[in-house]
Design a protein around this ligand. Structure first.
Ligand SMILES: Cc1ncc(COP(=O)(O)O)c(C=O)c1O
Length: 238
């Protein structure tokens, strides 16, 4: 379903589009690729209106970067009393372990049991499982990463503001930036300089998804961006 004008999930439209039988709703919050939030209250109201046998998977891959955002509240940290709701998390973001391919889902036992039929024979290797357990134990390191990345986010948005660049509000470790030109060209120009940015996300063809790097990486990014004026359109208005 298309997002609302404010880039939250359009929950009433999702309800309306629902067929008659049981099914599964997928809500990514904060959302990828827009990094925008759907308020907790709206999701709670949505859940109350669902027919029985209709499940809701809430993907909280970017949870750690959203904890202080107004209107956001995790469904894992603060569950609702509804067995149809379950939450997915990944070690690929704040823990920086994407190469190990590890994630998990939390929900009521009966709900999780229904996923068993889809389980792969060899889905989690023991090295990944061990690293994941250690990562969960090290809350201090995780919180340090959150602070660092939130700081990188604030610096990046300040640079956007300086240049009058339009961007979507972000509650993640990336931001959707308006580049006023087909993002494929911007991406190719960046790539030629060794900078990788998000793939195109139609229909947002003139937007680029930029993940925050270290301050030094972002200095290189802005140098490339500022040298790219010919390739960029009017970045102030979409
Ligand atoms: C919304 C969302 N969910 C889940 C993931 C899962 O990541 P992984 O497959 O690396 O665990 C990603 C990764 O990009 C994501 O953006």
């Amino acid at each position: 379903m298309p997002l609302r004008a404010d880039y939250a999930h359009d929950l009433p439209a999702m309800l309306k589009a629902m067929g008659s039988g049981p099914g599964l709703f997928y809500i990514c919050n904060p959302n990828n690729p827009t990094a925008t939030l759907t308020p907790r209250k709206d999701i709670e109201d949505f859940i109350k209106q669902l027919p029985p046998n209709t499940y809701v998977l809430i993907d909280e891959a970017y949870h750690h970067f959203a904890v202080r955002a107004p209107g956001y509240e995790s469904f894992l940290d603060h569950p609702v009393a509804d067995e149809r709701v379950f939450v997915a998390r990944t070690f690929s973001k704040v823990y920086g372990m994407a190469g190990l391919r590890l994630g998990y889902a939390v929900g009521a036992a009966d709900t999780i049991k229904r996923l068993d039929t889809e389980e792969l024979y060899d889905d989690v290797n023991c090295v990944a499982a061990h690293c994941g357990a250690l990562a969960l134990e090290d809350a201090a390191e995780m919180l340090e990463a959150v602070e660092r990345i939130n700081g990188d986010r604030a610096s990046f948005l300040a640079e956007c503001d300086k240049r009058g660049i339009q961007y979507l509000p972000t509650a993640a470790n990336f931001v959707m930036v308006y580049c006023g030109a087909v993002s494929r060209e911007v991406r190719a120009t960046m790539h030629a300089q060794g900078i990788l940015i998000g793939r195109p996300f139609p229909p947002m063809d003139k937007w680029c998804r930029i993940s925050f790097g270290t301050p030094e990486e972002m200095r290189v990014f802005w140098k490339a961006w500022d040298g790219m004026k010919d390739c960029l359109g009017d970045v102030t208005k979409s």
